[in-house]
Design a protein around this ligand. Structure first.
Ligand code: HEC
Length: 146
């Protein structure tokens, strides 16, 4: 898995140049649609169809996160780097537990076979992030968040 880190880091830098500079950048509907399909395939079992963490595999060990409040919990800004790394490397970047968030880097790098692995990985994660950005709840006043 380590083999893909440097390339992903470079790709991430390029992505960030496009993402953080304009963090109000609108979601790309086309990318988000690809991301939604992948989300249904890989993520909904734990995080739920609605992203709120109540999928059929939720509840054993770690509780899957509510993915609709990532921006809200980060001062209204989508935590791009953290989410990108977490999808690629799994929950070991936080706490490695059984039933924790799996790593998807190797699987994604092997898909979309006409693409090279780095592009395939990067495309998958980016599309997923576009989808996740599209399901963020609007910020609530701080008094209502907890
Ligand atoms: C086997 C169940 C499982 C699957 C499948 C899964 N996750 Fe998770 N995910 C978790 C758990 C449990 C956590 C919280 C604890 C942790 O980080 O280990 C989590 C945390 C996250 C977080 C961090 C949220 C935060 O507030 O920090 C993100 C983002 C995330 N998952 C995205 C995804 C995406 C995208 C997919 C599909 C590619 C996915 N997950 C598939 C179980 C899962």
């Amino acid at each position: 898995m380590n083999r893909i880190i440097p390339v992903a880091t470079i790709a991430l830098g390029l992505l960030l140049a496009g993402t953080t500079g304009l963090f109000a950048q609108p979601v790309s509907p086309e990318d988000a649609a690809y991301g939604a399909a992948d989300y249904a395939t890989y993520c909904a079992t734990c995080h739920g169809r609605d992203g709120k963490g109540n999928g059929p595999k939720a509840g054993r060990g770690n509780k899957p996160a509510d993915l609709t409040v990532l921006s809200q919990n980060n001062g209204g800004q989508f935590p791009f780097i953290r989410v990108y790394n977490l999808i690629e490397h799994g929950g070991e970047t936080r706490q490695h537990k059984r039933d924790g968030m799996p790593a998807w880097g190797e699987l994604f790098a092997g898909e979309n076979s006409p693409m090279n692995p780095e592009t395939a990985l990067d495309t998958k994660i980016n599309d997923l992030i576009e989808y996740l950005r599209s399901i963020q709840v609007k910020n609530k006043p701080p008094s209502q968040t907890k």
